[in-house]
Design a protein around this ligand. Sequence first.
Ligand SMILES: [Zn+2]
Ligand SMILES: [Zn+2]
Length: 180
Amino acid sequence: MGIQKITLLNLGRFDRNILEKISSAVHLEFLLKVEVIENHSDLTVFFDSGRKQYNGNSLLKMLEANFGNDESKTMALVTVDLFIPILTYIFGQAYLGGRTGITSSHRLSNERYGLEKDEKLFTLRIIKEVNHELGHCFGLIHCHQPGCVMQSSTYVEDIDQKETGFCSSCAEKLKTGINP
Ligand SMILES: [Zn+2]
Ligand SMILES: [Zn+2]
């Protein structure tokens, strides 16, 4: 028994419409069943009052403890701004080869950068970030192939340079990650 499915844990009250788009895009890349679980846990325990952001490491630990299981890779979707001690902010985080990950939409909207709202672009950015973090969950490291979703992203512009999918080399490694 390998990984049977991908679970999207809706911790950010994302609406049906966007969840469906994310689910089908994820299914397309990983060819696994995608399930959405609603969870409205209070995240204030992860809030760092000094940084006015949420602690990604602590949140990931909680996710692993409460939602980690061997049948599924679980990706939490949040709207809060995440940080880890060494970085100003992060778009997401996952353990390499781990069972859980997080994606934050906080810095993915155009409005955040004073630009006109673009729902399609916003959704596309979330999909890329979710696929990227799930890639880490399946054991993929950062890739230098232009366009590959496993390229690391520091700025939202970096995300826009990538495709939603994996380069042929990462796709090959992904198969091994899904069916070890
Ligand atoms: Zn990464
Ligand atoms: Zn790649």
